[in-house]
Write a protein that binds this ligand. Structure first.
Ligand SMILES: C[S@@+](CC[C@H](N)C(=O)[O-])C[C@H]1O[C@@H](n2cnc3c(N)ncnc32)[C@H](O)[C@@H]1O
Length: 266
């Protein structure tokens, strides 16, 4: 499926049945068991991010871009903690809900600036760019482009989460794919951690903190990356070293065959 299709499908979904579904999951009302599990898992991811900000104890006045902010589950507590938050989402419905929830929670005090925007069209500079549970909607190549773009907006730190592509989760997803359900309206892409780290390193970041949320139906890997110090070289990632090893093995094989062929001919 083409990437443009993924984006249009995702946008339409989060403006229609996806909006109702996720507004309920990210709310406090009654939901079914699976949705409750996802709600609790997602809240753990949000809480981990908030705990990192709390531990650093320097959030007051910092500019935070919450890309793909949904209904404001992270934007609102960050604003309550004193950050200058810009939350944006490709779905107008999600943004409308985020605005309502922010007004309820904050009144007029330090409201986040919400806007309807594709994260790839975002511009400006922010201390920190956060993107939670959005990359799952895009294939690796597109996710790498998105990471590259989000990185260009951050001066100090990037925090993102994704569904990790491990053997166990790949099998789990394959089993889940057999069953029809409302969440099947969009595709879910798992990402290899090495690929995400390689994309961050390419953009000049090094991973400093990692988190993982696992419940029965929700799993999300969380990475926080900071700027590499001036002149520093990113360590070679596993993905890079595996490619390099493969390249050397191929080279050795071809060279060996060439020597053998030359020896037979001569
Ligand atoms: C699973 S929700 C996560 C929402 C929020 N980040 C959170 O963790 O509460 C995914 C959100 O990403 C948004 N989204 C998907 N693709 C996007 C894009 N290209 N640009 C901006 N938002 C996007 C969707 O509209 C949806 O609100």
């Amino acid at each position: 499926m083409a990437t443009t299709d993924d984006k249009t499908i995702v946008q339409n979904y989060f403006n229609a049945e996806g909006f109702d579904r996720w507004r309920r999951i990210y709310g406090g009302g009654e939901v079914n068991k699976v949705q409750l599990d996802i709600r609790e898992g997602h809240q753990q991811t949000v809480d981990t991010v908030l705990s990192w900000f709390r531990a650093d104890d320097n959030l007051e006045g910092r500019s935070i871009c919450d890309a793909g902010c949904g209904v404001g589950s992270l934007s609102i507590p960050l604003a309550q903690m004193g950050a200058q938050v810009s939350g944006s989402d490709i779905s107008a419905k999600m943004v409308g809900e985020a605005e309502d929830r922010a007004k309820q929670a904050l009144g007029d005090a330090n409201l986040p600036a919400f806007s309807v925007q594709d994260l790839e069209a975002l511009s400006g500079q922010y201390d920190t760019v956060v993107c939670l549970d959005v990359l799952i909607h895009y294939p690796q190549e597109k996710a790498a482009e998105m990471i590259q773009h989000l990185s260009s907006l951050a001066t100090n730190r990037v925090i993102l989460s994704f569904a990790p592509k491990t053997l166990a989760y790949t099998l789990l997803k394959k089993v889940g794919d057999f069953f029809p359900g409302p969440s099947k309206a969009t595709r879910a892409y798992l990402h290899r951690e090495e690929d995400v780290i390689a994309a961050l390193q390419k953009a000049g970041w090094q991973v400093e903190r990692k988190g993982m949320t696992k419940t029965s139906f929700y799993f999300s890997r969380l990475l926080e990356a900071k700027r590499l110090p001036e002149g520093a070289v990113a360590p070679v990632s596993n993905a890079d070293s595996q490619s390099a090893a493969l390249a050397w093995i191929s080279f050795a094989l071809i060279a060996g065959l060439a020597v053998l062929a030359f020896w037979r001919i001569s």
